[in-house]
Design a protein around this ligand. Structure first.
Ligand SMILES: Cc1ncc(COP(=O)(O)O)c(C=O)c1O
Length: 440
């Protein structure tokens, strides 16, 4: 692109038609089409007409939703959309929601509040030079890397995120957690928070949130729930089990830009004590004092960002455009398709499933006899090679992950355009390539 578009900013502006032509000819060929129905990588989020129109209108308006006064409707719509999502996925009214760009940033804000509760005046005095214990955060081996990054930014230290072993189903092992907390206490560390995951990144496993809540209450620890992906299960009566216990959390993060069809970026954080969050982040610059004195909600008070995009517009368009029934039908269909795909794997003896299918993610391994005979390392390398070649061919897109030391192919459903026929094509393509590669 540097060669084709020029290493330096051109002196003279160019007509928009030229730019669109460059976009089509030079930029688009290097794009991975996340919106394609045969994109099964990561946690795909679908682009749909309401989302695209909402995003475009927000760009045209270009308002900042930092205070109520800087665009009242932007703040009001944000509050409304947060309440819609909250009741739709079953987060109790005792929580209050906030919008950030990503779940990583939501988790950072949640644990900044946890830190303030454990270390009064951390905000003002910082941590250095004070007689403080070493604080510890607990999360499973399958928990997302954003928790470690949060520990980095909050000055708690990445090494103080204790990765707790998981059970055979990749759920946090409660006994191992209890032992880790006990050992840390005996060694003079101070347990601060536990993070439970609803829908882990690799295989969408669900931690036992209720039991985590028992431990957190007993030891006065902050309970943060990472439902970035799995929160959408709360839409479904048959998915409610996954959300069991969230009502006892201190904070819950959920990404409508994952499984609620809102375009990137739109992430929500629900906290039980919004005043605590505000006490960490409100800091009004002089030139906004007039705005802040209005007594209305000023979302700048609840986060790091001052300028804030009008994210609520696209979210409202998607939610109102689909309606609750439409959202439920799509999430349910993704779960059905995932089960269908899993059944094809289970019926084929040269494949094996590596984790239970709870949501829209299937982790599996191809194990043709010729490769299987060469041992685990060869099998891992083979599965990775299959994924790389599949993606290179450009017809379908998968990712790979690691589960208990084994390399898994990972297929995730999240696109409203994906049908069973697309899934069937993917399955045939995977089998074709496995046959080809295993034959040498
Ligand atoms: C379980 C889980 N939590 C958090 C995140 C981070 O999300 P974001 O990209 O919005 O920061 C991810 C990303 O995939 C995830 O899978």
């Amino acid at each position: 692109l540097k060669r084709e578009l020029g290493p330096q900013l051109p002196n003279e502006g160019r007509p928009l038609t030229d730019l669109l032509s460059d976009f089509q000819r030079r930029i688009l060929p290097g794009i991975v089409h996340w919106g394609h129905p045969r994109f099964f990588g990561y946690f795909g989020s679908t682009t749909t007409a309401p989302g695209i129109i909402g995003e475009t209108a927000a760009a045209a308006l270009n308002v900042s939703a930092m205070t109520w006064r800087t665009s009242p409707a932007a703040t009001e719509l944000e509050s409304l959309v947060l309440e819609w999502i909250q009741s739709a996925i079953g987060i109790p009214n005792a929580f209050r929601g906030f919008v950030y760009d990503t779940a990583s940033v939501g988790t950072l804000h949640a644990l900044a509040a946890a830190r303030e509760r454990a270390i009064p005046d951390a905000r003002r005095k910082g941590l250095a030079g004070r007689a403080l214990p070493v604080f510890r955060i607990y999360a499973s081996e399958e928990a997302h890397s954003s928790i470690a990054k949060t520990a980095v930014v909050l000055g708690l230290g990445e090494d103080n995120v204790c990765r707790v072993a998981v059970s055979r189903d990749y759920q946090l092992d409660l006994q191992a957690l209890r032992e880790a907390v006990r050992a840390d206490e005996a060694n003079g560390f101070r347990p601060l928070a536990v993070v439970g995951t609803i829908g882990s990144t690799s295989c969408a496993s669900v931690d036992p949130i209720k039991s985590l809540a028992d431990l957190c209450e007993e030891r006065e620890l902050w309970l943060h729930v990472d439902a970035a992906y799995g929160g959408a299960m709360g839409l479904l009566p048959e998915g409610a089990w996954a959300m069991d216990g969230i009502e006892r959390a201190d904070s819950i993060v959920f990404n409508p830009h994952k499984w609620l069809f809102v375009p990137l970026d739109f992430s929500t954080l629900y906290v039980r004590d919004p005043d605590l969050l505000k006490s960490v982040f409100s800091l009004t610059p002089e030139y906004l004092e007039g705005d802040a004195s209005m007594g209305e909600t000023n979302y700048m008070d609840y986060g790091l960002q001052l300028g804030r995009r009008f994210r609520a517009l696209k979210a409202w368009m998607v939610l109102a455009g689909f309606g609750k029934e439409g959202l439920v039908a799509r999430v349910r269909e993704h779960r059905r398709l995932a089960q269908r795909f899993a059944s094809w794997i289970d019926e084929d003896s040269s494949f094996r499933r590596l984790a239970p299918v709870t949501m829209g993610v299937v982790c599996f391994q191809s194990a043709p006899a010729s490769i299987y005979a060469q041992g685990e390392a060869a099998l891992n390398a083979f599965n990775r090679r299959v994924v790389e070649q599949l993606n290179e061919q450009g017809k379908i897109f998968l990712t790979w992950t690691r589960l208990s030391g084994r390399t898994a192919m990972r297929l995730a459903l999240g696109n409203v355009l994906t049908t069973e026929a697309h899934l069937r094509e993917a399955w045939e393509e995977i089998r074709r390539l496995v046959r080809l590669l295993s034959a040498g």
